[in-house]
Design a binder for this molecule. Structure first.
Ligand SMILES: NC(=O)c1ccc[n+]([C@@H]2O[C@H](COP(=O)([O-])OP(=O)(O)OC[C@H]3O[C@@H](n4cnc5c(N)ncnc54)[C@H](OP(=O)(O)O)[C@@H]3O)[C@@H](O)[C@H]2O)c1
Length: 285
């Protein structure tokens, strides 16, 4: 089967590799051509425009930054989606997802949203959690392809529901980490052994695995290997802020996190891993 895969960035590339490994015929497009080279070496067909990449396949998967990037790639030139299904896997808001659905359906195509939880390592290993919104029949039809990205592929409901669930989960990412960063900074300032702090934390109900994942980065203040760039975390926090506000939820906490991330961006940490928020919470002397 032919699959068009658009967007081979940090997440898209390893996800595309999963499909090659499963012997699908992969038709690839990425704005920056150099990011398709490794896939090309493994038999993916690389195209210099999205229109060319989607011409033959009846299934299109996108893993692009945000709504603007998706619009740029899918709707700048007239692509005919008739008889094709788009599976959109980025983190976007439910409203944005519904807009894309409308645009695809106006062109007689079918739309599924399928945001993922997990990062590069899980994408490489096929261990992402895939949350799907859209028509149930269509979900059942394409589930087999999505299973290449992770064994946990869950039907959440209509379009918008999976995007909302993804935002609910992503809210926890910087909130948990900012909290951890604050306590870690305090422990260090007080001259207490950080290993003792971690040992107690791991044994307690307060522990979250993300703490151990990001602890070494924070201790070394080394955020260069960005699994999830800080600028994308800020993109998500902006979506969360708007969505939660519209849902009548007090967003004071989200606003604080947004400020921290914005300070990090001003300190040139945009392309670093999002755990670089530590440098804002515990500034270097
Ligand atoms: N990284 C993670 O851990 C993670 C985990 C779960 C979900 N996500 C979500 O997955 C999506 C992709 O994330 P990522 O980490 O793979 O990001 P990334 O490495 O920055 O990749 C973004 C992709 O979008 C393309 N793009 C951006 N703006 C564009 C435009 N105006 N026109 C055409 N193409 C454009 C980029 O093309 P170029 O290569 O040309 O820049 C690249 O292919 C995001 O929505 C992110 O929030 C990320």
């Amino acid at each position: 089967m032919k699959i068009a895969f658009l967007g081979t960035g940090l997440m898209g590339e390893p996800m595309a590799f999963r499909l090659l490994k499963a012997n699908y015929n992969l038709y690839v497009y990425n704005r920056t051509l150099s990011k398709t080279e490794r896939l090309k070496k493994h038999q993916a067909k690389v195209f210099s425009s999205p229109e060319e990449a989607v011409k033959e396949p009846s299934i299109i998967i996108t893993m692009l930054t945000d709504y603007n990037a998706i619009s740029e790639v899918l709707f700048r030139d007239k692509i005919n989606f008739k008889g094709k299904t788009l599976i959109q896997m980025s983190t976007i808001s439910p409203q944005e997802s519904l807009l894309i659905k409308e645009r695809i359906e106006n062109s007689e195509g079918e739309y599924l949203e399928a945001p993922v939880l997990g990062s590069i390592q899980q994408a490489e290993a096929g261990e992402l959690i895939v949350m799907v919104g859209g028509n149930l029949e269509s979900f059942n039809k394409w589930k087999k392809i999505l299973k290449n990205f992770g064994q946990t592929v869950l039907y959440i409901g209509d379009v918008g529901k999976a995007s909302s669930l993804k935002l609910a989960l992503n809210q926890l990412i910087p909130s948990l980490l900012a909290s951890f960063a604050m306590s870690l900074a305090y422990v260090i300032q007080k001259g207490i052994d950080v290993n003792t702090f971690m040992e107690i934390l791991r044994k307690s109900a307060l522990y979250a695995p993300t703490f151990d994942k990001k602890f070494p980065n924070m201790i070394k203040r080394d955020f260069d290997k960005a699994n999830f760039p800080l600028k994308h975390m800020l993109k998500d926090i902006n979506l969360i802020l708007q969505e939660f506000q519209n849902s009548n939820i007090n967003v004071q906490m989200v606003e604080c996190i947004k400020n921290i991330l914005m300070n990090a961006v001003e300190s040139n940490l945009s392309d670093k891993d999002y755990s670089a928020l530590y440098n804002v919470i515990h500034p270097m002397k």
